[in-house]
Design a protein around this ligand. Structure first.
Ligand code: AMP
Ligand code: MG
Length: 397
């Protein structure tokens, strides 16, 4: 049995890197950058007004109300090219260039206009209602680094600096193979001894954030058949995710199939609850994960291991779940011989404290309790937590 940290290290070391492609920015969310993103111009590119109003010399408005001569107009896209002198003002719009000589903008609500003159009703301070050239970013400055994941919030930046396309890592191809003679399709009514296949669709939804995913037909617990289905699957993917059949039962054939195909198994037992019998193997350059069949174990080992591999293949800087801390609201029981990553619900209480609401999580088959989880609570081997204890958590994102 190896520690979780060791399993993650093995994955990081064994994963190959995918090459780069260019993708249009409307399609690039969730992808990992393989180029630095830099500003190709100052932003703003000129001293910019933040208000509709009048550009003035702040000093002229010291003893407001004060009457200034309107000498021109600066609108968005068509700035005023002259230079204003003492006693002068320029009518200005939001987003327009503040003319030379002016160092403040008074908004139109604090002015009255008559006969070519503007009365500024309130004093302005230097820089009021304007943003100076390059104040947001200077030409050439780095904004995003290689390895960052592109999020929706980053799109406007890419667009503003002319990146109609960005260089990102190619998306891994994942295939999903559920095993189990008791498993039937979701559209079927299970007969005696049967249950529906919830793992394949869950894995598809989880993996699709990081990969192009193909779900393969269910495979019965039969060694030769499983072997040939694994072989076929490896032809269409970079990463094969198998669920079920990794334990020590008489009909658990995932590892025997991998052995007889000549795959190299790097680990098959992790000090982790749920998820202990997770298998990680490689055949040629294809990665293979064998996840224990219980739906909660599948989810936890996906989040901890498969997700890490899919992101590492794309050279992502952060390949693991975002960690934080929260306060236990009730007892949390760990395990004597394994570290636990227990599904929990975290919420902020009225004092602003992040609180762990434990789920009535009795076993790794309880996917109904898991359905309200939004984090995993880490309980080190041999530990138990009491109400009020601070606990390490990992967000399920
Ligand atoms: P196994 O890892 O094959 O021993 O399966 C462990 C448990 O998970 C058993 O109760 C299985 O019936 C269940 N299980 C396995 N595969 C699936 C699946 N695709 N969907 C739902 N439950 C499953
Ligand atoms: Mg099984």
């Amino acid at each position: 049995m190896i520690p979780i940290s060791e399993a993650l290290k093995i994955i990081r070391n064994r994963v190959g890197k995918l090459s780069t492609e260019k993708v249009g920015i409307a399609q690039c969310c969730g992808r990992v950058l393989t180029e630095e993103i830099r500003a190709d111009m100052d932003l703003p590119p000129f001293n910019r007004s933040q208000m509709d109003g009048f550009a003035v010399k702040a000093n002229d408005t010291k003893n407001a109300p004060v009457k200034l001569k309107i000498v021109g107009e600066s609108s968005a896209g068509k700035g005023f090219d002259g230079k204003i002198k003492t006693g002068e003002a320029v009518r200005i719009m939001t987003g327009a260039r503040v003319p030379d000589g002016a160092n403040a903008v008074q908004k139109v609500e604090f002015t009255t206009e008559s006969d070519g003159f503007i009365t500024i009703l309130e004093t302005t301070k230097p820089k009021q209602s304007m943003v100076n050239r390059a104040e947001e970013i200077k030409k050439g400055a780095k904004i995003f680094d290689k390895g960052e994941i592109i999020t929706e919030q980053k799109i406007a930046v890419l667009a503003s600096f002319g990146y109609a396309e960005v260089k990102v890592a190619k998306k891994p191809k994942a295939a999903i193979l559920a095993t189990g003679s008791e498993i039937v399709e979701i559209t079927e009514k299970p007969k005696q001894d049967q249950i529906r296949n919830s793992n394949s669709i869950m894995l598809k939804v989880l993996a699709e954030k990081y990969a192009d995913v193909e779900v393969l037909p269910i495979v019965k617990d039969e060694l030769q058949n499983l072997k040939s289905k694994i072989q076929n699957a490896l032809e269409i993917c970079d990463v094969l995710i198998i669920s079920g059949g990794v334990s020590v039962g008489d009909y658990d054939f995932t590892k025997p199939a991998l052995w007889s195909l000549g795959a190299e198994i790097f680990f098959e037992k992790i000090s982790l609850k749920p998820g202990k019998p997770t298998v990680f193997a490689k055949l040629d350059d294809k990665l293979i994960f064998g996840l224990p069949g219980n739906p909660v174990s599948v989810a936890v080992s996906f989040y901890l291991f498969v997700r890490t591999a899919l992101l590492k293949m794309q050279n992502a800087a952060n390949c693991e779940l975002k960690q934080s801390y929260a306060v236990a609201s009730a007892k949390i029981k760990g395990a004597k011989e394994r570290d636990c990553f227990l599904p929990v619900q975290i919420e902020t209480d009225k004092d602003g404290k992040l609180i762990i609401e434990s789920l009535r999580f009795s076993s790794s088959s309880n996917f109904i309790a898991f359905s309200s989880a939004n984090a995993l609570a880490f309980v080190p081997q041999g530990e138990n937590y009491a109400p009020g204890d601070v606990v390490e958590i990992a967000y399920l994102t």
